[in-house]
Write a protein that binds this ligand. Sequence first.
Ligand code: ADP
Length: 168
Amino acid sequence: MRVALTGTPGTGKTTVSELLDSDLDVVHVNALVEDEGLYSEVDEDRDSKVADMEAVREWLAGEDDVLVESHLAHLVDVDRVVVLRCAPDELETRLTERGESPRKAEENAESEALDVILSEAVRIHGESKVYEVDTTGRTPEDVAADVDAAIAGDREPSAGDVDFTDYL
Ligand code: ADP
């Protein structure tokens, strides 16, 4: 079983990935890209490395029981995709409190309101493989239980139940 744990930055992927009961090996794509040099360029403007997703896909090719954690994880070949969601105002607060710039926090809040990652996940994998989990106002432990349920098959696929268009 290969699972992608994706979502806009700030939705809680890293936090939740550390709380799962699942036996899957967690692969943090950011750390992998850094450790293995799997980036195609350095974005000076954003002070970040641009992941070479083709190289990441190749690195993961032989890995069977993995949970891939990243806002790009839905670009990897997986059996299930869990998309964490968060209301844009709460997301902006989380990112600001994490120390991100106001510009980055605002950009991500807007991207979340526009369902960007959810839409990509559905387009690439189809609705039958996507599990949307709303994290708004919930504890990381509570969210982790939902993610475990999706991995275990104790939860039906879902996409589009969460609607943040009021924030646009
Ligand atoms: P991501 O990996 O998706 O970018 P993080 O796990 O780094 O997100 O979480 C972003 C910030 O939000 C962190 O400061 C974290 O402590 C906080 N956070 C994560 N999950 C929740 C949650 N369910 N409720 C409130 N705050 C959360």
